[in-house]
Design a protein around this ligand. Sequence first.
Ligand code: KIV
Length: 291
Amino acid sequence: MSATTAGTPYGTIPPASPLPQRRPVSLPRLAQMRAAGEKITMLTAYDATFAAVADSAGVECILVGDSLGMVCQGLHSTVGVSLQDMVYHTASVTRGLHRAQATAWVIADMPYGSYAESPEQALRNACQLMQAGAHMVKLEGGGWTAPTVRFLVDRGVPVCAHLGLTPQTVHALGGYRVQGKDAQAAATLRQHALELQDAGAAMLVLEMVPAALSAQLTAELPDCHTIGIGAGNGTAGQVLVLHDMLGVNLGKMAKFVHNFMADAGSVKGAMEAYVKAVKDGSFPDNALHAW
Ligand code: KIV
């Protein structure tokens, strides 16, 4: 028995596919997908096995989200997640993907307080996540983050921005609420999105933003792929938190989430159903999941 099939008593991560190997997901490949009108799929994962299964189900992007604070650590918000936590989970995910000869693009969240002091502080911390195996880092916030995004991108660190509901500032926002609803808030959000694209952000998560606004931003941001969560179906791609889409959320499920496990026989089946629904445009359904 070869080393790869021998495994361990606790589950194995087999190679996803025999040779010839699949093409790794890269920024040029994501741009090609978008140009061809193919939606980008993203799921969060926090460990080796789920990351490998998501990859084998066809998910292009794995987000090591600081939502791990809630779903793995039992915290009430993402504020308590440390850089060490993010490095640990990023390394676990990328190890699992590597063992599975997987191709997914890995994005690691920069946690609360790890990029607000200065661009230099952000670079030091981003380097730790990149050295743990991430291909890109994600940071939350509007115009004030643009100089930091530029600083990171100029130094070879790809950046995903995050606007709308930014969970790290939940206490300042006054709760997990829809953002960009009135004309003034929508104009500010649009201005921030344009600044972040100009600064070099290659991706932008739009969380809990009205569907019409996120569709408009998608059209206005050709160089920055919009990834929606609770933002309607007009974005370049979609992301969900793994536990939510598997229906293992113990609290109240957000209105925009769909439990893909309910009709699937396996975790991989649920992920494949998610990929199919995003690609064929049936998820999210604006009538059900947009504001
Ligand atoms: O931390 C996370 O999982 C996220 C997603 C909700 C986009 O940022």
